[in-house]
Design a protein around this ligand. Structure first.
Ligand code: NDP
Ligand code: 2IT
Length: 451
C-alpha cells in the first residue's frame, strides 16, 4: 500500500484544528509529535486503523472550575482553574500545576499532551495530566497566595488522589504553593497520602526533587555530548529564566565545569561575562524563592550587565538551555544562535522553540537538540520516585535518588538514540523521543480494547 504521509499529516491536523478551535499551543504540540508518528505508523495498521494517535489527542477529560479568594484588602477575586486529565493508560495522571496569567485551556492541553510522552519515556508508571490557573502570584503576599491555593484545592481535591491523579509544581508553583495545596487537601479528605509531589522533606517529599529538572537537563546534555565524544567542561552556556529549572541547571553546569553566562526573567537578562559562581547562584535562588525579586537586582549586586527586555539568544554560547517558557526562541533567534556557534540545545522549558526555530536547528549541520519531553523529564521522574517512596512510607537518601535520576536520564538518551539515529551517527532526538514515548502508551491502549 502506498501511503502519502504528508497528506495523512495534513488531514490529521485538519481534524485536530477543527475539534479544538483556536487552541494554537495545543495544535503546535500535536503537530510536533504527529510529524514523527504519522510516518512511523504508516505501515503499522494496528496503531493506524485503531486511531491510537487520534485517541491520544483527545483528553480523557478537561475539568474547569471557579476559584474565588479574598485579597489583603478584603476584596473578592475570581480566577479560573483547570485540570486536564489527558491519558492514564500507563499510570495515574501525573503532571504539574501552573499559576500564570497566560494560563488557558490551550496552554494546559499542550502541556498535558506533552506530559503523556515525557512520563512514558521515564519508564515509570505515570500517565499524563496538567493543571493550573490564570492567577498571577507576582506582587501577592504570602497570605494571598495561601488563600488562593486553599480555594484552588477546595475545588481540585475531588478529582485527584494518589492512584488517580498526582499534581506537582510548574511555573508559579514551587515548594511554598505545594505546601499550601497539600495542607488543604489533607484537611479536606482527612488522609495523609502522596497526592502531590514536590512536597518538602518534612512531609513526604523526596530528596533531589527540587533540583531534578535542572540537573536532569544537564545530565541529558552530558549524555548527548558524550555520545558525540564531547563534554561540558570549559564550554560557554546560555540559560534563560531564573526559576526552579534555570537555577538548578546553572548549579549543575557550574559543578561540571561549564561557564554560565546568562540568566533572565520576564523583565530582562543578565550577562556574567566570566561565568556565574555557585555563591552567586545561591544568592539568586534566595532572591527568587524567598525575597521574590527581579533578576536585575543580581546585576546591581554583582556588577553584571543587565539588558532590559532582552532574552539571552544574541549572546554567543555553545550550550543553550531555554528554561523559562513556551515559544521563547523564534526562527530569527535560532538563526542567531546557530550563527554564533551553538553546538547543542537542551530544552529545560516545555516547547520553548517555535516550529520555525526547530526547523532552523534541524537544518544546522550536526547541531544537537533535545526536546523538552526528553530533556526536562528528570523533574517528573523524581516525582515518580517520590510517589514510590510515599507508597513504601520510606525516604531514600540523596545519593540514592540522584543515582536513579542519572540512570533514568541515561535510559531516555538511549531510547532517543535507538529510535532516532539517522545516517552518520546523527541522532534526531525529537523523532527518537516521540516514537519511544508513543509506543509504550499505544501498546497499553491497544491492550484495553476500544475505549
Ligand atoms: P518558575 O516559576 O520557577 O520560573 C519561571 C521562570 O521563567 C522565571 O524566571 C520567569 O520569569 C520566567 N518566565 C515565565 N514565564 C515567562 C514568560 N512568559 N516570558 C518570559 N519569562 C518567563 O518555573 P519553572 O522553573 O518551574 O519552569 C520553567 C519551565 O520549565 C516551564 O516551561 C515549565 O513548564 C518547565 N518545567 C518545569 C518543571 C519543574 O519541575 N518545575 C519540570 C519540567 C519542565 P518571571 O519571574 O519574570 O515570570
Ligand atoms: O512539566 C513537567 O514535567 C513538570 N512541571 C513536572 C511534573 C511533575 O509531576 O513533577
Amino acid at each position: 500500500m502506498v501511503v502519502d504521509k504528508a497528506e495523512d499529516l495534513e488531514k490529521f491536523m485538519e481534524g485536530v484544528v477543527a475539534r479544538n478551535p483556536g487552541e494554537t499551543e495545543f495544535h503546535q504540540a500535536v503537530h510536533e509529535v504527529a510529524m514523527d508518528i504519522i510516518p512511523y505508523i504508516a505501515d503499522k495498521p494496528l496503531y493506524k486503523d485503531l486511531r491510537i494517535l487520534e485517541r491520544m489527542t483527545e483528553p480523557d477529560r478537561v475539568i474547569s472550575f471557579r476559584v474565588v479568594w479574598e485579597d489583603d484588602k478584603g476584596e473578592l477575586r475570581v480566577n479560573r482553574g483547570f485540570r486536564v486529565q489527558q491519558n492514564n493508560a500507563i499510570g495515574p495522571y501525573k503532571g504539574g500545576i501552573r499559576f500564570h496569567p497566560s494560563v488557558n485551556q490551550s496552554v494546559l492541553k499542550f502541556l498535558a499532551f506533552e506530559q503523556v510522552f515525557k512520563n512514558s519515556l521515564t519508564g515509570l508508571p505515570m500517565g499524563g495530566g496538567k493543571g493550573g490557573a490564570n492567577f498571577d502570584p507576582k506582587g501577592r503576599s504570602d497570605r494571598e497566595v495561601m488563600r488562593f491555593c486553599q480555594s484552588f484545592m477546595t475545588q481540585l481535591h475531588r478529582y485527584i488522589g494518589p492512584d488517580t491523579d498526582v499534581p506537582a509544581g510548574d511555573i508559579g508553583v514551587g515548594s511554598r504553593e505545594v505546601g499550601y495545596l497539600f495542607g488543604q487537601y489533607k484537611r479536606l479528605v482527612n488522609r495523609f497520602e502522596g497526592v502531590l509531589t514536590g512536597k518538602a522533606l518534612e512531609f513526604g517529599g523526596s530528596h533531589v526533587r527540587t533540583e531534578a529538572t535542572g540537573y536532569g537537563a544537564v545530565y541529558m546534555m552530558e549524555g548527548m555530548l558524550a555520545h558525540h565524544g564531547e563534554h561540558i567542561e570549559g564550554r560557554n552556556c546560555l540559560i534563560s529564566g531564573s526559576g526552579n529549572v534555570a537555577t538548578y541547571c546553572a548549579e549543575k553546569l557550574i559543578a561540571m565545569g561549564g561557564k554560565v553566562l546568562t540568566l533572565s526573567d520576564s523583565s530582562g537578562m543578565i550577562v556574567a561575562k566570566d561565568g556565574l559562581t555557585q555563591d552567586q547562584v545561591e544568592w539568586i535562588k534566595d532572591l527568587k524563592t524567598r525575597r521574590r525579586g527581579r533578576i536585575s537586582e543580581a546585576a546591581k549586586e554583582f556588577g553584571f550587565k543587565y539588558h532590559k527586555g532582552k532574552k539571552p539568544w544574541a549572546i554567543p554560547g555553545e550550550l543553550v538551555f531555554p528554561c523559562a517558557t513556551q515559544n521563547e526562541i523564534d526562527g530569527e533567534e535560532a538563526r542567531l544562535l546557530v550563527k554564533n556557534g551553538a553546538r547543542a540545545v537542551c530544552e529545560g522549558a516545555n516547547m520553548p522553540a517555535t516550529p520555525e526555530a526547530i526547523a532552523v536547528f534541524g537544518a544546522a549541520k550536526s547541531l544537537l537538540h533535545a526536546p523538552a519531553k526528553a530533556a526536562n523529564a528528570g523533574g517528573v521522574a523524581v516525582s515518580g520516585l517520590e510517589m514510590s517512596q510515599n507508597s513504601l512510607r520510606l525516604q531514600w537518601t540523596e545519593a540514592e535518588v540522584d543515582a536513579r535520576l542519572r540512570e533514568i536520564v541515561k535510559s531516555i538518551h538511549d531510547e532517543c538514540v535507538e529510535f532516532g539515529t539517522r545516517k552518520g551517527n546523527h541522532v534526531d532526538y525529537f523523532k527518537g523521543a516521540n516514537i519511544a514515548g508513543f509506543t509504550k502508551v499505544a501498546d497499553a491502549m491497544l491492550a484495553y480494547g476500544v475505549m
